[in-house]
Design a binder for this molecule. Sequence first.
Ligand code: NAD
Length: 255
Amino acid sequence: AYLLSGRVALVTGGGSGIGKEVCKLLAERGAYIAATDINKNAIQDTISNLQGNSGKASHLAMECDVSSGDSVRSCFSEATKHFKQPPTLLANCAGITMDTYLAKMTEEQFDKVIQVNLKGTFLTNQAFAHCLAASAKQGGDAAPGAIVNVSSISAHRGNMGQTNYSASKAGVEGFTRSAAKELAKFGIRVNCVYPGLIETPMTDTVPEHLKEMVKYAIALKRAGQPQEVAEVIAFLLSDAASYVTGACVEVTGGL
Ligand code: NAD
């Protein structure tokens, strides 16, 4: 039903949490996975546990720093060579937090979070679009493209200690809406999801009493699982969402 058979999906941040679940789910639904992460060991582990690692091409693990243009572009060309077709799906799950109150935040902490979360979104979306355009120029008949970027409820609520992170994620949403308009004529849909409190290594270090306070405000009264975010990302990437672009979809359990 999800029409992902034979599609090549490049996933950033595939070594952990939401990105790892996206790799798993897209592979189960027939996609070939180009899994990337800055953590090389984690990405190998993701790939070795994926289904469907046989057939015409095996899944691919690549080390990639999304804040470096060279690193991102070389991953897209390596994936295109490996699968003999460009990735037509992109799930942009790499992200970091460096929480500190504004009064104490250093320029480095601000810049780093913007570079990974926001500049990383720009670099991966641009490389994806270039890669598809290059393939079309060479007469390739690639399937329509779809991108899902990952924002956060923090862009909407403004969590304490997250001025850098909230700003980066609000940027991801504005970026997504503009990119959706620009890339529509190339057959590329661009959407994003904004998760709430999800149980992944990113939120492992959040103190228990703070998590309890957030859960109280969640309509469903619990944290989400990374699979529950991956399901929405998989839907938006699939042709089942063929009339959805420029959307920012809330996945917060009603927070
Ligand atoms: P996670 O820490 O489990 O996974 C993030 C992955 O990104 C890690 O594997 C990490 O190595 C990778 N990464 C970090 N810097 C990178 C870089 N420069 N280049 C490439 N990869 C890099 O976190 P997660 O919870 O799975 O988060 C996934 C996305 O969801 C992030 O964008 C995060 O901001 C967002 N998000 C998470 C939550 C939550 O509650 N967990 C809530 C809202 C949004």
